[in-house]
Design a protein around this ligand. Structure first.
Ligand code: HEC
Length: 88
């Protein structure tokens, strides 16, 4: 269990750092940053869960799981992810 958390946290950090860097941005941006965790196993698949960008962002910010901590501080990423999910 602990090992899984560590591995997933590392994947998360890589995904988030990749999302910020200009080189990584080509590959990992918006919703793609969420997919490694939001795959329906570690965390729920976000497709179809929310009806507005506001709802998605508000819910994302209210999550207590530490894996979401970096994401919660990145408004631009959350907005981009909402846009990728077709939310306004
Ligand atoms: C490092 C892994 C990780 C990444 C990357 C990640 N999340 Fe999460 N997220 C989680 C975990 C773990 C939860 C809690 C799941 C649970 O409680 O069942 C969560 C929960 C959420 C929830 C609440 C879901 C619900 O229905 O309660 C939202 C919304 C969310 N994340 C949005 C995002 C968005 C948007 C991104 C990408 C910009 C993202 N997350 C990236 C791990 C991650």
């Amino acid at each position: 269990m602990l090992k899984r958390v560590v591995v997933l946290t590392i994947i998360g950090i890589i995904a988030v750092v990749g999302g910020f860097s200009t080189v990584g941005a080509e590959y990992y941006q918006g919703y793609q940053v969420c997919v490694p965790c939001h795959n329906g196993r570690t965390a729920p698949d976000l497709k179809g869960l929310f009806s507005s960008a506001d709802e998605l962002i508000r819910t994302a910010k209210s999550v207590k799981d530490p894996m979401m901590r970096n994401i919660q501080q990145n408004n631009e990423l959350l907005k981009a992810a909402a846009k990728d999910l077709g939310l306004k």
